[in-house]
Design a protein around this ligand. Structure first.
Ligand code: NG1
Length: 453
């Protein structure tokens, strides 16, 4: 059923017959055009808010109960009390994303009363597809709770402040991600991609191509960030923390004993202000060619392995072959360059250059950063054979979607080839195939649609 204001308000009334009039807000999903696994290192990314969203009908309550209902029965009803300390539900439970928003705002506003609300959720962003349905839920809950608290966007908290706060707040669910999703969802603009810089958060809107389409194709391999998948995702940010420490050590030896590098981005944007070539040279000197164990890293840092384990790396599991510091770092450097090049291609209306950067990005994610999977690789190969100007995995990886840049005259051939060579060859049922092509358009930021208060 299509999502309309009436459907949302009726859904809310049916779920909460005793509630007062409901308000409505929406938060878009996003597709990351380029710049994967960079945000948590403070490096720039280039995503776009899309015309698929999470919708939320909400009404305040007199008590402190939060009641959550979802139009999709796959998401079980959840109720919890809004208190000074809200315990997370079990890992992977969908209500944790709502809790994350409320906990984050409580810590910021210290409200006199921990207000309750009745929330009815619907949406058309496929979940576990790398299109940020979960961050959209965090942002939608945030808008609802701000309104219930009587707080006004921009007046009581700016969108930039909110995006920064929520990037931190979403870690409540157990991910160690960066701030890309919350920023583009709160600051995206129709017909534009967002060039996002972090620490401090800055967003520049860059016009997207007017005639070429970005088509999202779902690999139909679910990539929910729970259990083993969450560990695989977190391995990226946690390895980059080790990388940061090893590079800081090298930079101290090369430049200055007192140098501090808080995150990889400091190599370029901090007082060091290195060029890409200088950063690459430093990293090559700092990281060995082969995989290393925690013992090697501890020795390099002159710290006992035990301290290292306690020092922010509690959750770190050493991969069987050791840490591939060099290749992980290489992805950070080359992807950073590609983000800048891709931004320039948008500004110069150069889809060919943009597409080439997308292909390079994919293979860097696959071979250097190791966050792809055979299905995503097969889709990128097929897209290239089908005439796409660019194709790459998008989002966290290990499944989910690819994003493809397709010229208008190639759209038919692209879709037909993907259909035949990827979906049919892999035996996906027709219903799934039909919902796997998502021609996406850029969309505006998260906002209220109907506000009762
Ligand atoms: P998705 O694709 O929504 O799971 C995750 C992180 C981003 C970013 C990308 C990889 C969260 C909420 N999102 O996105 O910050 O690191 O992976 O580029 O952790």
């Amino acid at each position: 059923m299509t999502i309309t204001l009436d459907n949302m308000l009726n859904g809310h009334r049916a779920a909460f017959p005793d509630a007062g009039p409901a308000s409505l807000c929406r938060a878009p999903g996003r597709v990351n055009l380029i710049g994967e696994h960079l945000d948590y290192n403070g490096l720039p990314v280039l995503p776009m808010a899309i015309d698929r969203a999470i919708y939320l009908a909400f009404s305040p309550r007199e008590d402190n109960l939060i009641q959550l209902r979802n139009q999709d029965r796959a998401f079980a009803p959840a109720d919890f009390r809004n208190t000074a300390a809200i315990e997370p539900s079990q890992r992977g439970a969908w209500e944790n994303y709502c809790k994350a928003a409320i906990v984050g705002l409580n810590a910021h506003f210290h409200p006199e009363r921990y207000a309750g609300m009745d929330l009815y959720v619907d949406g058309d962003i496929p979940s576990g597809a790398g299109l940020s349905s979960s961050s959209a839920l965090v942002v939608a809950t945030t808008l609802a709770y701000l309104s219930v608290l009587g707080k006004k966007m921009e007046q009581d908290i700016t969108r930039l402040e909110l995006a920064t706060l929520l990037a931190e707040a979403e870690q409540y669910v157990g991910t160690r991600g960066g701030g890309m999703d919350q920023a583009v969802i709160l600051l995206g603009r129709r017909n534009h991609a967002c060039m996002i810089h972090f620490f401090p958060l800055r967003v520049t809107h860059v016009p997207v191509f007017s005639d070429h389409a970005f088509v999202v194709c779902n690999s139909l391999v679910k990539a929910h960030k729970t259990g083993a998948m969450l560990e695989r995702y977190n391995e990226g940010p946690l390895t980059c923390r080790l990388l940061r420490a090893v590079i800081e050590q090298q930079a101290r030896e090369d430049y200055d004993d007192d140098l501090r590098i808080d995150r990889l981005a400091d190599l370029w944007y901090g007082p060091l202000g290195l060029t890409h070539e200088e950063a690459a040279y430093l990293i090559e000197r700092a990281t060995p060619d082969e995989a290393v164990g925690l013992a090697w890293i501890a020795q390099r840092l002159g710290a006992p392995e035990e301290t290292l384990r306690q020092d922010g790396f509690k959750e770190l599991v050493e991969p069987p072959g050791g840490f591939l510091l060099r290749t992980r770092a290489r992805h950070q450097i080359t992807e950073h360059q590609r983000v800048e090049a891709a931004r320039d291609c948008l500004l110069a209306d150069d889809p060919e250059g943009f597409g080439a950067a997308m292909y390079h990005s994919h293979w860097s994610c696959a071979e250097d950063y190791r966050v792809s999977c055979p299905e995503l690789d097969a889709m990128v190969h097929t897209a290239q054979a089908a005439g796409a100007m660019g194709a790459r995995m998008t989002g966290a990886g290990f499944g989910g979607c690819t994003v493809n840049l397709v010229a208008p005259e190639q759209l038919g051939r692209f879709q037909e080839t993907m259909h035949r060579q990827y979906y049919q060859n892999n035996g996906f049922p027709l219903d799934d195939i039909d919902s796997a092509f998502l021609p996406v358009r850029s969309a505006d930021w998260a906002d209220y649609m109907v506000q009762e208060r």
